[in-house]
Design a binder for this molecule. Structure first.
Ligand SMILES: O=C1C[C@@](O)(C(=O)O)C[C@@H](O)[C@@H]1O
Length: 157
């Protein structure tokens, strides 16, 4: 897991999780996912967090259990989770249960509009347990998700 940034003002940490194949952003089907890399996405997330006084910790894995472990580790350390679970969105009860278990506000993000794609992408195991779902906004979805969580946190401060 990458180091938490220190450019926030200590208001808290948001965990940004990316699932399988998102490490290939930039070269993976660029006509669908664009040309921004995972590093670009993570920088955007960190910059957005910093603008709101929040640290952003980023983690990507192609392995379901590693994503579950990262969600567990967020309990007690993060104020919210932004998750693009990739294909696990449509298959993983384990990731769903992990998010429910840690009781942190989660925002589900998809770069593409999954509802305009194949039928099997229309169902998500995460949507009904997420505070918000953002799909089809490209990598800006990550920015919107962090802004949403920052607003949620501000309303609780
Ligand atoms: O890997 C991905 C990426 C995705 O989550 C997106 O960001 O648009 C959409 C998923 O259906 C797909 O399996």
């Amino acid at each position: 897991m990458s180091e938490a940034t220190t450019d926030g003002a200590g208001r808290g940490t948001i965990l940004v999780l990316n699932g399988p194949n998102l490490n290939l952003l930039g070269t993976r089907e660029p006509e669908k996912y664009g040309t921004a890399t995972l590093a670009d996405v993570e920088q955007l997330a960190k910059d957005t967090g910093a603008a709101h006084g929040l640290d952003v910790e980023c983690f990507q894995s192609n392995h379901e259990g590693a994503l579950v472990d990262a969600i567990h580790a967020a309990r007690g350390t993060a104020l919210g989770i932004v998750i693009n679970a990739g294909a696990y969105t449509h298959t993983s009860v384990a990731i769903r249960d992990a998010i429910s278990a840690v009781q942190l506000p989660a925002v589900e993000v998809h770069i593409t509009n999954v509802h305009a794609r194949e039928e099997f992408r229309h169902h998500s195991y995460l949507s009904d347990i997420s505070k918000a779902v953002i799909a089809g906004a490209g990598i800006l979805g990550y920015r919107f998700a962090i802004e949403y969580l920052a607003g949620l946190q501000a309303s609780r401060d």
